[in-house]
Design a protein around this ligand. Structure first.
Ligand code: ADP
Ligand code: GLC
Length: 481
């Protein structure tokens, strides 16, 4: 089975969040199920630089007004097709925003071009390559199902995966005329969305199947509180909306071999984590203490509940805990954490910016990973925490609900608990959960048991890759791959 994945970021070439991890890991996991997945990705500088030895497979004289080409090549086991259009993608830094922190004003064109090219690949643009299914990720690839629906192929199928309902790619009606879609596509059944154009809406409307990244989020997004305007549409087509839980790349994230750790370890040598804890304390300017080290690796945004955390920092420190935060995002949330670091020198530390290697060290040295999100489609950091023997403290939403087993009395008795959950996402509920974690941490034996249990839980892609493979097979009328 040939599937073309379309994603605006792919680890290890370009990453701003979990989408890259998923787009990078899924093709490798699918290979074991007999699905061949190639990935179409924009030719940002970081991508073009890593694609050495690629081969030009197509040229465009007028791609939305620009010259460009497709380069096919392999990087770290991934089969890539890179859309190299310097006028659209050869820009420094973050793929979506300019140096001032604002979205690039031509994002509508940058990602329409990506989606249009994907649909052309589906029609056989490149000799010898004809995918049966295009798997589009997030709003940046949201127009793919629309191009396919209004295009000439009756057999090409599309899957739209929503990684985050909060980012929808909505633009004014004025862009429609330049999208290369027929006039009747500007309709409720097509790309029209509240009088403008909605890229994610188009994908959700036009795809053969819609998936999201956890079963709980798949149910949540049919409600107004989580659907962010698309709940009605998702409810309407609920028989073709599925939740498939993300996994993690078990090789890139393995505490036994991870080069970013000061000391490698397994479930049988958890005491070695102490050396990583010391390394984290040094990197974050914290004193060496044996109290619980809480860590955060996250975008610092409202979604991630960082304001809730900010309100609990004083109590963490008062209870003898420490906090190390890696992330960047909204200025006032960064400032709130920075303020706490100034109030509590040696106990609270903040490192801003993006640092892949440090994110691994935090998983290998932190005692508790905090994920107090208001909504969380899946969340990967709690999965890395499970794999690394850090205890996840999470809000009970989305994928956090599906992947962490709360240490309530029943779960402790049944010996299945792997972390702590709280609900609703409020400062008071988080504070209570922190107190529960502190009590668990005080019981060394119990804590170790929970760590080991987490490390044994299946966070791999195996089961979910098989679900995607079965979904693809059902779309093209095969019973099995
Ligand atoms: P989201 O995609 O919503 O940001 P996820 O939990 O799915 O959340 O994925 C976040 C990914 O980005 C994880 O791999 C996490 O380790 C990584 N990450 C987030 N912030 C940083 C940072 N500042 N430095 C390094 N990695 C980060
Ligand atoms: C999004 C979501 C996150 C999810 C990731 C990968 O960024 O916010 O919850 O884990 O996509 O699917």
């Amino acid at each position: 089975m040939e599937v073309l994945s379309v994603a605006s970021e792919v680890y290890p070439l370009i990453k701003t969040g979990g989408l890259a991890d998923v787009a990078g890991a899924l093709p490798l996991a699918l290979a074991e199920t007999g699905v061949t997945m190639r990935t179409l990705v924009p030719g940002y500088p970081a991508v073009v630089a890593k694609l050495t030895g690629g081969r030009e497979v197509a040229q465009f004289d007028d791609l939305f007004g620009f010259r460009g080409r497709l380069i096919a090549g392999r990087v770290d086991g991934l089969d890539l097709i890179v859309l190299d259009v310097p006028a659209l993608y050869d820009r420094p830094g973050n793929p979506y925003v300019g140096p001032e922190g604002w979205d690039w004003p031509d994002n509508w064109k940058r990602f329409a071009a990506l989606s249009w090219v994907a649909s052309e690949l589906g029609l056989g643009l490149v000799d010898g390559y004809r995918p049966q299914i295009i798997h589009a990720h997030d709003w940046q690839a949201g127009l793919v199902p629309a191009y396919v629906k209004y295009g000439p192929s009756a057999t090409l199928k599309t899957v739209m995966t929503v990684h985050n309902m909060a980012f929808q790619g909505t633009y004014g009606a004025d862009v429609f005329g330049q999208l290369r879609l027929p006039p009747h596509a500007f309709s409720v059944e097509g790309v029209e969305y509240y009088g403008g154009v909605g890229y994610l809406k188009a994908g959700v409307e036009c795809a053969d199947v819609v998936t999201t990244v956890s079963p709980t989020y798949a149910a949540e997004i049919r409600t107004p509180a989580f659907g962010m305007g698309l709940d009605g549409l998702l409810s309407h087509r609920s028989h073709t909306v599925f939740g498939v839980l993300n996994g993690i790349d078990m090789n890139a994230w393995d505490p036994a071999t991870d080069k970013a750790l000061t000391r490698n370890y397994t479930a049988n040598s958890l005491h070695h984590r102490a050396e990583n804890k010391v390394a984290v304390q040094e990197r974050f300017g914290l004193e060496q203490s044996n109290g619980p080290l809480f860590v955060v690796v996250s975008r610092l945004t409202w979604q991630k509940g960082i304001d809730l955390l900010a309100g609990c920092i004083d109590m963490i420190v008062a209870a003898g805990g420490q906090l190390a935060v890696l992330g960047s995002g909204e200025a006032e949330l960064e400032n709130a954490v920075r303020g706490a670091a100034m109030r509590h020198p040696g106990q609270v530390g903040l490192v801003t910016g993006y640092n892949e290697e440090l994110s691994h060290l935090l998983q290998g040295g932190g005692d508790v990973i905090l994920v107090p999100s208001r909504f969380e489609p899946c969340g990967l950091t709690q999965l890395y925490a499970l794999r690394y023997g850090a205890i996840p403290l999470v809000s009970r939403v989305g994928g956090l609900n599906d992947t962490v087993i709360d240490a309530n009395v029943a779960a402790l008795q049944a010996e299945v608990a792997t972390g702590v959950q709280f609900s609703p996402p409020s400062e008071a509920a988080l504070a209570d959960a922190i107190k529960r974690v502190l009590a668990l941490y005080a019981d060394e034996k119990l804590w170790k048991k929970m760590q080991r249990r987490g490390m044994k839980s299946d966070v791999s892609w195996q089961a979910s890759a098989a679900k995607y493979a079965a979904l693809y097979a059902s779309l093209i009328g095969l019973d099995q791959v």
